[in-house]
Design a protein around this ligand. Structure first.
Ligand code: GTP
Ligand code: MG
Length: 422
C-alpha cells in the first residue's frame, strides 16, 4: 500500500518536474511574460477583451462581433485581443479583418496563449473567454459592473445561469466540474460555484500579483487558486453556456485536463492534503504502539492485542510517509518558486538541513534497533528456540522503518534545497 502510494507520488512529481523543466527551458518561468506594474504598460483603455483561439475560424468572427456590439453599447474605450499560438486556419485573418488585435505566442497551450494576451492588454479591466461562441460576449456588462464595484476577479457561473442542452457533456456537468469545484473549494477554503468557468473578468493589476506560470488548461485553476491565496476580492455572476458553434472537437481532453487541474491542486496543498491527515494518523499510530508495547491490554473480558498493535504500526508508518511526502512536495514547489503563500511547513523546510535530518533519522532508527538487538541476543542465549517478543519486535520494526524513511527523505528534500540556491 505504502509502495503503491509512493510510486503514485513519485510518478506525479516526476511528471511535474519533467513538465516544469520543459516549460523552464522554453522560458515559461520568465515572469516578465506577465507585465508588472512598474513596466509601465500604457493603460489607455478601460476594457481589454482577451480570447485565446486555436483554429476557431468558424466562430471567432461571431465572438468578435458580439464583443464589439457589447462594448459600443456600454460606450467605453476597449480593445479586442486574440491570442493565437499556431492556428493553421483563417482564425488570425478573420480576427484582423474584424478589427481585433492578434498576438502570437510561440509556446503552445491555453495558459500560454492567455499570458501573451494579458501581457499585451492595455485595459484597466480584462474580460476573458473562449472563442468558440459558447459564452455570450454580448452580455459582458455585469462583469464590468462588478469590477467597477471594486472586485478583483469576477467568475462566471454556468451552473447558476443555465447550460443549454448539449453544451456541456454530462460527465463534465455532473461529475468532472462538480468534483473539481468541490475539491478546489475544500482545499483552498473558497465558495466558488463554478471554478472552471472560462469566462471571467479581472482587474489588470491583479495579474502581477498572481505570478501565473502554467501553460495548459490548468491555468484556469491556477488563476483562481492564486487569487484566493492573494486574498483578492472575488465574486461571481450567473452566465449562460451555449453549445459552441464549431463543428470540430473541443481542444479540452477530459481526462488529461482534469488530471492537470488535479495535479496542480495537489502540488499546491500538501499541507491540507498530506501533512494534516498524516499527522493525525501518525499520532494515533504512535499512541497505539506506545500503549501496547508492554503486551496485550485486558479491558474487562476483551483483549486488545497484537492485531491492534500491527494496526498502530501501520498507521504510524503511513502517517509519517504522508508527512514526508507533504514536506517533499512543499520543498519542490518552494524551490520552483511556485508558491505565493507561506505556511509553517515552509519554516520547517527553511531550517531543515541534511545533517539535521540524518541525525534525527539515526536516532529514530536506534530507538527501533535497540529492542530488536535485545531480542536477537535473547534468541541466541536461549539457543534459537521459539520467541514470544512480538510487542517489542513490532515496536522496533516501526521505528526502524521511520528512521530509514527519515534518512532517505532527508537526502531527497535537501536536493531541492541545493537546486534552489543556484
Ligand atoms: N491560442 C490557443 N488557444 C487555445 C488553445 N487550447 C484551447 N484554446 C482556446 O481556448 C478556448 C477554450 O478551448 P475549448 O476547446 O473550447 O475548451 P473548453 O471550453 O474548456 O472545453 P469545452 O467546454 O468542451 O468546449 C477556445 O477558444 C480555444 O480555441 C491553445 O493551445 N492555444
Ligand atoms: Mg469552450
Amino acid at each position: 500500500m505504502t509502495n503503491i502510494f509512493k510510486v503514485f507520488i513519485i510518478l506525479t512529481l516526476t511528471d511535474c518536474i519533467v513538465q516544469l523543466n520543459v516549460n523552464y527551458n522554453q522560458n515559461i518561468f520568465i515572469v516578465n511574460h506577465i507585465p508588472k506594474k512598474e513596466e509601465n504598460i500604457k493603460m489607455n483603455k478601460k476594457l481589454s477583451i482577451v480570447m485565446p483561439a486555436l483554429n476557431e475560424e468558424e466562430t471567432i468572427g461571431i465572438c468578435i462581433d458580439k464583443a464589439h456590439t457589447a462594448c459600443k453599447n456600454m460606450d467605453i474605450e476597449y480593445e479586442i485581443i486574440i491570442a493565437d499560438n499556431g492556428s493553421t486556419d483563417n482564425t488570425a485573418k478573420i480576427a484582423e479583418e474584424k478589427d481585433a488585435k492578434v498576438v502570437y505566442q510561440p509556446i503552445k497551450g491555453y495558459g500560454a496563449a492567455y499570458m501573451k494576451g494579458f501581457k499585451e492588454a492595455r485595459g484597466k479591466y480584462i474580460i476573458m473567454g473562449d472563442a468558440d461562441d459558447s459564452y455570450d460576449f454580448l452580455n459582458i456588462k455585469p462583469f464590468v459592473n462588478k469590477l467597477d464595484e471594486g472586485y478583483d476577479l469576477v467568475m462566471g457561473n454556468r451552473f447558476g445561469g443555465g447550460i443549454e442542452k448539449g453544451a456541456m457533456p454530462w460527465p463534465h456537468k455532473y461529475i468532472g466540474n462538480p468534483i473539481l469545484t468541490f475539491i478546489l473549494n475544500f482545499l483552498f477554503k473558497a465558495k466558488i460555484s463554478d471554478t472552471h468557468c472560462g469566462m471571467r473578468g479581472l482587474r489588470k493589476d491583479l495579474i502581477p500579483k498572481l505570478s501565473l506560470k502554467t501553460t495548459g488548461m490548468e491555468f484556469a485553476s491556477e488563476m483562481v487558486i492564486k487569487a484566493i491565496q492573494a486574498n483578492s476580492g472575488i465574486t461571481e455572476i450567473p452566465i449562460e453556456l451555449k453549445s459552441d458553434g464549431r463543428s470540430r472537437k473541443p481542444h479540452l481532453r477530459s481526462f488529461r485536463d482534469a488530471w492537470r487541474h488535479m495535479r496542480f491542486m495537489l502540488l499546491y496543498t500538501p499541507l491540507n492534503l498530506f501533512i494534516v491527515p498524516g499527522f493525525i494518523m501518525f499520532l494515533l499510530g504512535l499512541i497505539i504502539v506506545g500503549i501496547l508495547l508492554g503486551g496485550p491490554l485486558h479491558v474487562g473480558e476483551k483483549i486488545i492485542g497484537y492485531h491492534t498493535l500491527i494496526l498502530g504500526s501501520l498507521l504510524s508508518i503511513l502517517g509519517y510517509q504522508l508527512i514526508i511526502q507533504g514536506l517533499t512536495i512543499r520543498a519542490y514547489t518552494l524551490s520552483r518558486n511556485l508558491l505565493s503563500q507561506k505556511t509553517f511547513a515552509d519554516k520547517f523546510i527553511d531550517r531543515f538541513t541534511l545533517e539535521k535530518g540524518l541525525i534525527v533519522g539515526t536516532l529514530i532508527f536506534l530507538i527501533g534497533f535497540i529492542p530488536e538487538l535485545r531480542i536477537l541476543i535473547t534468541w541466541i542465549k536461549q539457543n534459537f528456540s521459539g520467541l514470544t517478543k512480538l510487542s517489542p519486535a513490532i515496536f522496533g520494526l516501526t521505528f526502524i522503518t521511520l528512521g530509514v524513511q527519515t534518512i532517505f527523505s532527508s537526502f531527497f528534500i535537501s536536493s531541492f534545497k541545493i537546486k534552489s540556491l543556484y
